[in-house]
Design a protein around this ligand. Structure first.
Ligand code: GUN
Ligand code: ZN
Length: 443
């Protein structure tokens, strides 16, 4: 017996990248349909195109959700975030290593309590959807039960997310450290439970070189060889003091990146956050190994870590996939729109300029490519999963005032990146189901 497919359609101004607008002309790279229709069957995009030509593919029984004033865009992809740091976001800065000791580690100690972890995971996913984010690559904490809480919540919402238990066997409070063996065993059990379970994937997650022994980094690499479809997720070259510390901890290595390289942790499937201070040679090595980077502008300015330079990244000998990360809780906003705006400003401070499509690409298809999930999400194309954000260009008086004066889709997206935030998300769809709808309370 065949069951009737569940079909819905979304109508609005469709904007999506199909290619990298840095490498292709806008005509080739961008799908821009002023009155578009996205038809979804059983959570998968079945048709996309101008309303007038695609409407004939749906019958009169198909429910059409019409957003006449809004943009329909791929759900945002947050390429680097710490779900467990939601409770400590906006803890007064100083610099990375002080901030970790003073706020981050005490905060993460609470995640041994699974009911606490579950309550934070619920808040975290609510906040993602309120901000139009449908996919993330996330750090959990050292406690495996905090990772279970993360995946349970994502699974309940049928979201395409990637996460992992933090590996950390030194230079952290003893309450927060694992060992080479327990880190391996716990990660393996989590992989067997969650990796490939529905839309979920697992990332092997050594926190950063200073908190893992060489033995632990090698053990992470062995685990990756056993489960090569997992990701590897860590931090690199975020802060100058951190880089000096890595040099003193690994005196036989050529530099920070070489610590990971030597352990066998670079390659397609590895995502390294920050990379603010990577050298020319290190960027060439990232490119040669097809390792991805996550650019985290609000975090890098908040902690005074430095300015990520696209000029340097683009000068690497081969292409590097880059996604955009909020890095909550060193980052200061869950909104990828706000993060796009801050990426623009950081580029402006590093003698580079980014247009709205380049920013939008980083937050959607670019992120999906960096995370290896672009065959499923990141753009509104036939065959992809229908994760969609509905963006309202009139969500604040100033944005509405500006939007009334834009003359192109690129200008509209740019105004959203500079002036938009969580209020600009009118609705979020996960696999074709509405998972969030903005409601303004009546006064
Ligand atoms: N490096 C190691 N751990 C962290 C963390 O939790 N946040 C940031 N921003 N950098 C790190
Ligand atoms: Zn981080």
């Amino acid at each position: 017996m065949t069951s009737t497919p569940r079909r819905i359609a979304l109508r609005g101004h469709v904007v999506s990248c199909r290619l990298d607008p840095r490498l292709f002309s806008w005509d080739e790279a961008v799908i821009d349909i002023a009155d578009g229709l996205v038809v979804v069957e059983n959570g998968i995009i079945a048709a996309v195109g101008p309303y007038d030509s695609v409407r004939s593919s749906i019958d009169s029984a198909t429910h059409v959700e019409h957003y006449p004033e809004c943009l329909l865009a791929p759900g945002f992809v947050d390429s680097h975030v710490h779900y467990a740091q939601a409770p400590m976001v906006a803890s007064h800065g100083t610099t990375l290593l002080d901030w970790l000791t003073k706020y981050t580690f005490p905060n993460e100690e609470r995640f041994s309590d699974v009911s606490y972890a579950r309550s934070v995971a619920k808040f975290f996913f609510d906040e993602l959807l309120r901000n139009g984010t449908t996919s993330v690559l996330a750090f959990c904490t050292v406690f495996p039960q905090s990772t279970d809480a993360f995946f349970e919540e994502a699974s309940r919402r049928n979201m395409r997310v990637i996460g992992g238990k933090v590996l950390m066997d030194r230079n952290a409070p003893s309450s927060l450290t694992d060992t080479v063996q327990s880190g391996y065993d716990d990660s393996k059990a989590l992989i067997e439970r969650w990796h490939g379970n529905g839309r979920l994937r697992y990332a092997i997650t050594p926190r950063f070189a200073p908190t893992s022994s060489e033995g632990q980094l090698r053990s992470a690499s062995s685990l990756w060889q056993e489960f090569p479809t997992c990701l590897v997720h860590s931090h690199v070259s975020e802060n100058l003091e951190e880089i000096e510390w890595v040099r003193s901890l690994f005196p036989n290595r050529a530099g920070y990146l070489d610590v990971y390289d030597d352990a066998g942790l670079l390659g397609r499937g590895t995502v390294l956050a920050h990379g603010v201070h990577l050298t020319r040679d290190e960027l060439d090595r990232i490119a040669a190994t097809s390792t991805s980077l996550a650019h985290c502008p609000t975090s890098n300015t908040f902690l005074g870590s430095g300015l990520f330079s696209f000029n340097k990244v683009n000068a690497a000998r081969e292409h590097i996939d880059v996604g955009l990360g909020t890095d909550i809780g060193a980052g200061t906003s869950f909104s990828l729109l706000t993060t796009m705006g801050e990426a623009y400003k950081v580029a402006a401070l590093t003698a580079s300029s980014m247009n709205a499509y380049e920013l939008f690409y980083l937050a959607t298809l670019g992120g999906a490519r960096a995370l290896g999930v672009s065959s499923f999400v990141g753009s509104l194309e036939v065959g992809k999963e229908a994760d969609v954000v509905v963006l309202d260009p009139r969500s604040s008086p100033l944005l509405a005032y500006r939007s009334d004066r834009v003359t192109s889709t690129e200008e509209q997206l740019f105004a959203l990146a500079m002036l938009g935030d969580d209020r600009s998300v009118a609705a979020t769809y996960v696999a074709g189901e509405r998972a969030y709808e903005r409601r303004f309370d009546d006064d």
